[in-house]
Design a protein around this ligand. Sequence first.
Ligand code: GYE
Length: 308
Amino acid sequence: VLAGTSAAFHASAAKPLVIGFSQVGAESEWRTANTVSIKDAAKKAGVNLKFADAQQRQENQVKAIRSFIAQRVDVIAFSPVVESGWDTVLREAKAAKIPVILTDRDVNVTDKSLYVTLIGSDFVEEGRRAGRWLVEHAKKNPGKVLNIVELQGTVGSAPAIDRKAGFEEVTKGNAQLKMLRTQTGEFTRAKGKEVMEAFLKAHGKNINVLYAHNDDMAIGAIQAIEEAGLKPGKDIVIVSIDGVKGAFEAMMQGKLNVTVECSPLLGPQLMQAAADVVAGKPVPKRIVTQEGVFPAEVAAKEFPNRKY
Ligand code: GYE
């Protein structure tokens, strides 16, 4: 009885860990799932989470981080909208001795001691996986040149930069694959649809392939393709990234050909890393998520297993 009492006493006396988290926004299905994962994991871990939504704007993230510093939270975590422009505010966090954990997206800083770790996917590899699928697809139509249009993610964001680079790395020099047009669709359905409409106006039936940096833009583009009287998934082959439920539904309807998985379920790893950092335990500089590739043929079988 005594031991139990004292354990309970210690548990209630222990201050809950306070984490300030600045989220990118609510631009996609991926992002919504990521937010749910982080909030759920915080609740389960008994963490006091201060959550701020930046609405896809870096200036809002800088403000949120400064306010977390002023509140003297235990750990600052954030998913940076864009890669560059973080040195000053991260130096402020370091001067205040508050550890910073990056989730999902990377920053471009010369002083790597400005953050503890980055938890998230390898976006270059995702781009390569998308490109490799297309290289294999092209082999099924030997001699045929495929004209590609690309919908990029948010300008200056790590996933947009890296998914473009990885895709280029494996498709460049392939005589069957020709990039016609590339433009940002800002990772949203609305913008994906709008930009695809413009692509279709300019190039119509000459477009053979759409490479979208996320599923939401692909889903928006699917609408544009249908409204133009063409068959998405057939007249235009569509390759995208994330693996959200909406993509699996589109694949089961034959409108999307493949999605490369990018898991948004980073909450539990974030809570673990934050607890470890505060406890003074070593944390690896990079924690990479394990992911796969899902072509339309396996969509129906995999759908019940999808968690986001
Ligand atoms: O792919 C996209 C979201 O940073 C990996 O951001 C994330 C990307 C994700 O808007 O859907």
